[in-house]
Design a protein around this ligand. Structure first.
Ligand code: GTP
Length: 508
């Protein structure tokens, strides 16, 4: 019995996913849904017992999904387009597309192009206040970033991703504080104890642990300030400092503080209530880009071709993310395919093939060197259409000879998709490395112009103190976060939930 992450429910067979209309967004959270601590413990115990029973049952009949996670198929699943894909002639106007695809992206040439994270941070004069210093340093960082927004000089990594897929049946799930916290988060979303999966608990514990550094920084300071009476200027400055340190960004910080002030200036609010109010502000911010959407959840549409174009600078985690999403999709019963269109680096193609093998998803690649990525995408779409694929994940280059080439290439790939699959549901997702904090945002803006971004995937949230960047991403780009990654393993990426993220960020 697999747990379907897109629908947040168990399904008996990965081949028979429930119909689309059963998909539901996470129910809105209200204070009345919070359960008291005695009930909570009983709820957690009941969930724990159910999970143990399910694990025992799973040991008796091993599910094929688990087998997939643990053992790569002996036969490589990779499909080279030269042998199995019925090639259609490339569109006549391909060269015309190339010619018209040039984007008006301006770059400065007189600053270093490297985004080397080890470069010392610029420092502002010490006679400035903390906030002025933070703003000045941020400005300097942004300027550096604008210059080197895309090209990242890094040695080519030729080794395939080493991953540690979670072996669910080997896991010994402890009934600890993390379990109870995770159960509480799920209970508050209206979940029933018998429907809670070991995967959800494992993920929530991981997310909370991953955001630990950010949480400790923000929360300790906030707890000391809010609830101590109406906010005065000194308290406001301290809140601002805590948020800026977590890379929430100036714009988002201003918004949060302004909104918080409206309530806390006027009345004396107990600390718990003040934190709950802050959580609500953050959730609303994170969900703001989805205001017009019919559902907060994000899933491929069944029985339709969904094409997700995955972009981002090299090293952000694109390939790893494609592997993880393909695994999620496969487990959730979607017919999935990967197009290896990062043809600039041979190692990238090999790497994505390894992930395809691990998740049991076929990869369409071109065996030639430096082949046209648009041609790979063309072939991948043809294959997807022939096989009635539901989710085609397209890997793209994160580095080319120069930034303009990269943007041109992305535009061209996008045009091929629009032309060859006009009825497909297209998502253009940018993979952003959370450890870069604010630095990632300028990259996002540049990619946004070329790839018509519709969402962001935030990776490497584990262990960074810059988890607040999620708020900056949404506030400054107006794009929803669709997935978050908190580790290198196959199971370490999940659909984004603003409720769970904020709880992990602010629950002490
Ligand atoms: N800790 C952690 N590491 C991650 C996460 N996602 C990816 N990584 C690691 O980041 C490194 C780069 O990931 P890749 O998937 O190769 O990145 P890419 O964007 O495809 O880069 P190129 O292949 O160079 O274009 C790898 O070592 C991954 O294991 C994450 O959520 N947490």
């Amino acid at each position: 019995m697999a747990f379907n992450w897109f629908q947040r429910q168990y399904q008996n067979s990965s081949d028979t996913p429930p119909p689309q209309e059963q998909q539901e967004a996470t129910p809105p959270v209200t204070q009345t849904e919070q359960i008291d601590s005695t009930d909570l413990l009983a709820f957690a115990k009941s969930a724990y017992k159910n999970i143990q029973e399910k694990q025992k049952a799973a040991q008796v009949e091993t599910t094929p999904e688990v087998a997939n996670v643990e053992a790569a198929p002996e036969e490589p699943a990779t499909v080279e387009n030269t042998t199995t894909v019925a090639r259609e002639p490339a569109p006549d106007n391909l060269s015309e597309v190339t010619a018209t695809a040039a984007l008006e992206v301006t770059y400065s040439n007189d600053v270093p192009e490297s985004l080397d994270q080890t470069t010392p941070e610029p420092t502002a004069p010490s006679n400035l206040s903390f906030l002025e210093r933070a703003a000045a340093e941020r400005q300097a960082k942004q300027e550096r970033l604008i210059a080197g927004a895309i090209e990242v000089e890094q040695p080519e990594v030729v080794t395939p991703a080493t991953t540690t897929a979670t072996a669910l049946d080997e896991e010994v799930l402890a009934f600890d504080e993390g379990f109870v916290w995770s159960a509480e988060v799920l209970a508050a979303q209206g979940r029933r104890a018998e429907d809670i999966s070991v995967e959800e608990i494992t993920w929530l514990k991981k997310l909370r642990q991953g955001l630990g550094k950010t949480r400790r920084n923000i929360l300790n300071q906030l707890k000391a300030i809010v609830g101590q009476g109406p906010l005065n200027q000194a308290a406001v400055s301290e809140i601002e400092a805590a948020l800026l340190q977590a890379d929430v960004g100036v714009e988002a910080t201003d918004y949060i503080v302004h909104t918080l002030q409206k309530k806390l200036l006027a009345e004396v609010t107990p600390p718990e209530e003040a934190i709950a109010y802050l959580k609500q502000i953050l959730r609303d911010m994170l969900d703001a880009p989805l205001q017009q959407a019919s559902s907060l959840s994000f899933a491929p549409e069944k029985e339709t071709l969904n094409i997700w174009l995955i972009t981002g600078v090299n090293g952000a985690g694109k390939t790893t993310t494609i592997g993880k999403i393909s695994h999620l999709a496969q487990k959730s019963g979607y017919k999935c395919l990967i197009g290896a269109a990062d043809t600039f680096r041979a190692a990238a193609v090999e790497q994505v093939k390894v992930w395809g093998q691990r998740s049991g998803v076929e990869v369409i690649a071109n065996p030639g060197k430096n082949t046209d990525p648009a041609a790979v995408v063309f072939d991948a779409i043809a294959a997807a259409q022939a096989r009635e694929t539901e989710l085609l994940l397209v890997d793209t280059a994160g580095r080319l000879q120069n930034k303009k080439n990269l943007m041109d290439e992305l535009s061209k790939v996008r045009r091929i998709i629009d032309k060859k699959a006009p009825h497909a549901k297209i998502e253009s997702l940018l993979v952003l490395d959370a450890t870069l904090g604010q630095n990632g945002l300028r990259q996002a803006q540049v990619f946004s112009q070329a790839a018509q971004l519709t969402g962001v995937i935030l990776t490497k949230l584990d262990g960074t103190a810059k988890g607040g960047v999620a708020l900056a991403v949404v506030q400054q780009l107006g794009l929803p976060i669709r997935f978050i990654g908190a580790g290198e393993g196959m199971e370490d990426l999940r659909p984004f939930s603003s409720y769970e993220f904020v709880e992990a960020l602010l629950s002490g």
